[in-house]
Design a protein around this ligand. Structure first.
Ligand SMILES: Nc1ncnc2c1ncn2[C@@H]1O[C@H](COP(=O)(O)OP(=O)(O)O)[C@@H](O)[C@H]1O
Ligand SMILES: [Mg+2]
Length: 259
């Protein structure tokens, strides 16, 4: 679940322009964590509805995703979302840019599904009593009413991830950033979650190792060692990335990098 400070949003919220087509701009962005450069000189302007991010483990995908909703702030350069510098609006960003983690257990914090969804509603101004009732209505609209009183701990992995997605969606963000949302799911749950995501009106920015999930996207960013190795349409980037994986698999011995 993503948080932001209530009551601090008035002046900063005014600096978001949710109507801009180019919703995210990275200007020469670098990010260092514990003294290690994990993103280096990233410049980007995103305006597409469906953006995929691919790359090997450690290439910086999660770090880039987190920069998009203020979970991380750049060490150098600027990240702007809807025209606002994330440094000055980080606390308000999750209202507009929802984040879904790879592992649902890292996101869900309430005992039941209804409470998890209701919490999101309280974050956008509903009082607690009306939020519980609205949460059930929201679950019904998503044909998930049957989950309402279920303890989250008892759900299947697919159901948990669906609840995490709904808990973000209930806050009506313009953008959903998803960091490998299907990785812990079995094949059927992964298909169902992907169908759900594809049906959404929101802009999606999704990190995935499942290249087939990204074929219908508008744009793919391929990260390598904290830099953008390739940026283009799926028909160009995905085959190039897949060929690079094949080349590495054929060339590398089973030690060091590549495992
Ligand atoms: N909190 C952290 N402290 C130090 N290094 C980190 C931290 N988080 C990630 N890293 C390093 O940053 C690099 C990029 O990580 P990450 O963005 O998670 O890549 P990916 O999602 O592509 O696997 C990796 O080398 C990782 O070890
Ligand atoms: Mg990652």
């Amino acid at each position: 679940m993503a948080f932001w400070a209530k009551g601090r949003s008035v002046s900063a919220a005014a600096s978001f322009d949710l109507t801009v087509k180019t919703y995210a701009v990275f200007e020469a962005v670098s990010l260092a964590l514990d003294g290690k450069t994990v993103l280096d000189g990233i410049s980007l302007a995103l305006s597409e509805r469906r953006v995929g991010i691919v790359g090997l483990n450690g290439s910086g995908k999660s770090s880039l995703a987190r920069l998009l909703n203020g979970l991380r702030l750049p060490t150098n350069g600027k990240v702007r979302l809807f025209g606002a510098d994330t440094v000055s609006v980080a606390a308000q960003l999750p209202r507009h840019v929802g984040f879904v983690f790879q592992n649902p257990d890292h996101q869900a914090i309430f005992p039941t599904v209804e409470e998890e969804i209701a919490f999101g509603l309280t974050q956008i101004g509903h009082d607690r009593t009306s939020a519980r009732a609205e949460a059930v209505g929201f679950l019904r609209r998503h044909r998930c009413e049957f989950l309402a009183d279920k303890p989250i701990a008892t759900l299947s992995e697919g159901q948990k991830q669906l609840v995490c997605i709904l808990a973000v969606l209930v806050m009506q963000p313009c953008i959903l950033v998803l960091d490998e949302p299907m990785t812990s799911l079995d094949g059927l749950a992964a298909k169902r979650i992907l169908q759900k995501l594809q049906s959404l009106d929101q802009t999606l920015i999704m990190v995935s190792h499942d290249l087939s999930a990204l074929t219908g996207f508008d744009r793919i960013l391929w990260l390598e060692d904290g830099r953008i190795r390739m940026d283009g349409v799926p028909g160009d980037v995905l085959p190039a990335y897949a060929a690079d994986l094949d080349r590495r698999a054929a060339a590398e011995v089973w030690e060091g990098d590549g495992l």
